[in-house]
Design a protein around this ligand. Sequence first.
Ligand code: Z2T
Length: 828
Amino acid sequence: AVPHPLGASHPLALAPVTGPASSVDGFVRQFLRNLNHERGVALSASNDADRYFAFALTVRDYLMARWLEDLRRQREKPSKGVAYLSAEYLLGRQLDNNLLASGLTDIATEAMAACGIDIDELRAQEVEPGLGNGGLGRLAACFIDSLATLAVPNTGYGIRYEYGIFRQTFEGGQQVEQPDAWLTLGSPWEFPHPEASRRISFGGHTETYDDEGTPRSRWVPGWHVQAVPYNYLVPGYLNGWVNTLRLWSAKATDSFDLRVFNSGDYEEAVRAQTYAENISKVLYPEDSTPQGKELRLQQQYFFAAASIGDFLEQLPDDFDLTTLPDRIIFQLNDTHPVIGVPELMRVLVDEKKLEWDAAWAITQKCFAYTCHTLLPEALEVWSVDLLGRLLPRQLEIIYRINEEFLDEVRERYGDDEMRIRNMSIISEFPDRSVRMAYLATVASSKVNGVAKLHSQLLREKVLPDFNEFYPGKFTNVTNGVTPRRFIRLANPGLSDLITEAIGTGWLTDLERLRELETYAENPDFRAAFAEVKAANKRRLDRVMRDRDGFEISDGHLLDAMVKRLHEYKRQMLKVLHIVTEYERVVSGRVAASDIQPRTFIFGAKAAPGYVMAKRIIHLINAVGEVVNADPRVEGRLKVLFTPNYNVTLAERVIPAADLSEQISLAGKEASGTGNMKFALNGALTIGTDDGANVEIRELVGDENFFLFGMSEPEVEALWARGYKPAEFYQADENLRRAIDLIASGAFSGGDKSVFEPIVSNLLYDDRFMVLADYSSYIAEQAKVDAAYADQDAWTHAAILNVARCGFFSSDRSIRDYIARIWHTPPVL
Ligand code: Z2T
């Protein structure tokens, strides 16, 4: 047995690490047993995949004992837990995280060395489960990590997509999507439980019947699918607590049902099977702009209904349902699972035979809703037509919820028809449809935004009538990121340096990073910190050469913009900055030797149907090709667009970056979480006053943050005055030259038509006001160059960014959820 890595006095420390794998010898034995018995090969005959599997299974074996023990504890002495309902979990690789959480990294490394195996080769085998689009899915993954680390009982519920977010490649600089078949070789981390499958129904009609004198409604569905759960371990960091992530996979029901459904037609039956199994086939690749497709509604109901049913089934037969809110909170990760609201009502009223009012009182206490956007086009709306066809009983229930809600509104405000129409869950135009955010708000005990500014705008701009109607319902919980993955695992150099300075314990108490403030004044510490950054750049250089054939040059300022491609995030503004720098050199207005050497690194996937986003990807690649090949800027400007940006790559890019680009139009980025990861890894931010940037700047101080652009009220005012982007084009020579250069065909082999749609969009529409913020952005970038010239001062500011951003641990976010929304005490 090894001593507990947190030290015996740590509040989270349990018994020392024990179990089958807790010594090097024990680990080797268990590994060989898994190799022989689970993979059916001898070490001498094994391939990389065999060894990765056997290794992962060995780590899993160790965590198993804890998992079973914790599940038993929850069964025997149940306390209130969180059911996190999320259509997305962007987990990233599991192996290193599970090694870290179990404190087995050193033992495992030694054990593999004893077998002649390089553990890094095993790490490289793992395919990351990309079951999310971006921020929202990664946030869910950070939150379940923190819930486990804080020992709060939690099940993460979601969908086991067979294909996660597409793999991105470039052809001729344009995005091409490839399917992400992450399950081809199987996953050592999942436990299928077909015996716990649930039948999920769709379609059909509703009818009323006489239930011994009481008139009741019931649903007579038209078809069914099976929801098969797959469990994944979610270990807390070194605390012996293991929660569960439970993802549902769709399977056709047995052939008997298929025959009923298809009246004996075999080919039709097979088609029906494919139809049913399509439900969990693929993740919709839209980040913040849902398409309103029928299959997506099927996915939402499929996992929401399966999850709620799964939880209710675990309760004892004699459970008093009026106490349900003391046992569970269903946290709605955006509106994707909101169809679970009428589903819980259906179960309580139609199946458990509760009175409507009693059921509604329970429901309103059991749900809480997190909104992740402000973009009007991102607020989900389902047509009544589609809902009535797919979920007729749930639609009836939504109508009744709305009627009773509007009655309450009338009681308060009288027949204010305008207000009634504005607050109705059912909207009548352009088509009759259900506003899912309104349903979520009415049905929830609490509604939260994801950063201070976002929560304020949510109250004041998106749901002001609801905020007035429900005082105290709205709150803020600023997002966070897990320091285990995004500092300890991604940046071991920095982690060691921090521990050397302030000791252990900061990984679960991130505000302790404050103690680094005094170290910022120490020249030796600054030198060591700068050396960690340089080493991280060299590590990224190796990854990039290997992966994409790119080089990261020493001495370059590494300027990173990695996030989904969306017009509101304004990758276009970044392009205009690069083109401006380039143009100023080639036009002879600036000497190449006078500009700060910079490497711009982009990572971004565009939704496959988002034409403008794909054009911008094409433009970035085209600019990169010209700039990188032009001897006039050689050694000064380099543009790298690394394809298929994902969590694994984020873990390499973020620790290497000097500058973090967070340049969305103010009021559009709900929070951002990449911004937090960069600051915690010692990058300085250039950003607008948007989302969590506001809080980052407040914490790190104006002098350690590059602020530019309009504030949200200024954006509003400019819109109100009438925004004419062409006026900004006329007024700024650099901007004119940059846009003219793109329009001239300089980046498209002389063909002016290729990027013409981008240029005219900028000049005549520019919804996200790129041109309005251009001058201020360029001016601020000049300050970045000047600041970088003083390396030691830059490092000083970078250390202060790390020291002052402990607030952005997802442990703090989860503590806020517990205190303000969930009221679920830790069980250790
Ligand atoms: C998403 O990733 C986000 C918002 C969405 O609104 C949908 C998706 Cl898939 C419906 C992002 C926000 O854009 C980002 O600002 C935020 O940090 C993140 O969610 C987590 O809250």
